[in-house]
Design a protein around this ligand. Structure first.
Ligand code: TXA
Ligand code: MG
Length: 320
């Protein structure tokens, strides 16, 4: 198992040797390695069992650092960066050659983000390279929101997890690109609300990849999926339909009763979408157990972080 602790110097020592470390962010925990070191990057893909056509996000600690890694920053990207960073937003920018092609899966853009977590910001400041960090889960599985989630799945493969407590946002960063000059595009719904982004830079397009064979890398349809099947719909109908199965329920704010409910998680008694976002991934994990045949869950309101949560639930419910 990996060592779990809050020692920034120890995390740095591993990273300086080209090794990988679990790091906390406000969204989810990342599996971090030196983004300028191809071997470390390759090790990230291997450790996660992630296909190399799915590019990584590069994390840094200050907007002033961006010049080292990207050729230009559009006006609206600058506005967003200043308003949101450090925070749950990733911006796609044209890369300089210092960023290995492996990191971007051969794309001309690199995904950059300044995460909002004091330990990770201090760690990034202490390094003389940025960190590539995908979510610290095996490819296709639910993202980790605590250090022990990371240890449960990747502990055998990495030396250290920097423990920054449970993630305060709970879903991954929102990804925004500026390829089409006029209107920015959101490629992944996440911790920064679409409404907030639009109030800063005007209307955006939302283009999520819903195909199982995406033209653009990443954003595969079946993702965030626990081992136990997930069914998304009206909980009371699904309970009737599956009366012969041992059910795990994840509901937004209501509780349900039926003899075959093995475990039930209410995301937010007060119907608070931010609280639901903090809990969604650990809820999916805790119902992924041999005592449960089927996870039943429902769509949340399509507003604020509800949009990102619904996106994750839809992907978790897909089976090929
Ligand atoms: O909140 C987050 O963003 C977390 C924490 C650790 O920072 N990281 C994260 O990384 O979610 P990951 O690897 O699980 O998801 C990165 C997503 C992938 O879907 C990938 O396809 C997309 O970012 N991506 C990365 N570079 C891209 C690029 N140049 N163009 C389009 N999509 C890109
Ligand atoms: Mg991920």
């Amino acid at each position: 198992m990996a060592l779990i602790g809050s020692d920034i110097a120890q995390a740095k020592a591993h990273l300086d040797r080209g090794e990988l470390v679990g790091i906390p962010t406000e969204t989810v925990y990342g599996l971090a390695g030196n983004a300028l070191n191809e071997e470390a990057a390759l090790n990230i893909f291997k450790t996660k069992n992630r296909p190399e056509f799915d590019p990584l996000i590069v994390h840094t600690h200050a907007i002033e650092e961006l010049d080292k890694y990207v050729t230009e920053i559009p006006e609206k990207a600058i506005t967003l960066a200043h308003a949101v960073w450090p925070g749950p937003l990733t911006i796609l920018l044209e890369k300089k050659s210092i960023i290995p092609d492996l990191i971007t899966s051969g794309l001309s853009t690199v995904a950059i983000r300044i995460p909002k977590h004091p330990l990770t910001l201090a760690l990034l400041k202490s390094l003389d390279y940025p960190l590539a960090a995908p979510s610290a889960n095996p490819f296709g599985y639910v993202s980790p929101t605590t250090a022990s989630h990371v240890n449960d799945q990747l502990g055998e493969k990495i030396p250290y997890v920097l423990d920054g407590g449970p993630c305060s946002v709970g879903v991954e960063s929102t990804i925004v690109g500026f390829e089409h000059d006029a209107k920015p595009t959101i490629y992944r719904l996440g911790g920064k609300k679409v409404e907030d982004i639009e109030s800063l830079i005007g209307e955006v397009d939302v283009k999520l990849n819903k195909s199982s064979n995406p033209v653009a890398p990443g954003m595969l349809l079946s993702h965030y999926a626990p081992g136990v099947q997930v069914h998304l719909g009206e909980i009371s109908d699904l309970l009737k339909k599956h009366h012969d199965k041992r059910i795990g329920i994840i509901s937004f704010s209501q509780s349900f009763s039926a003899p075959n409910i093995a475990k039930q998680i209410v995301l937010s008694q007060n119907a608070d979408l931010d609280e639901a976002a903090r809990k969604i991934f650990s809820a999916l994990r805790s119902l992924d157990s041999p005592e449960i045949d089927l996870i039943i869950t429902e769509k949340l309101p399509e507003t604020g972080l509800g949009r990102a949560i619904n996106d994750r639930l839809e992907r978790a419910a897909v089976r090929y």
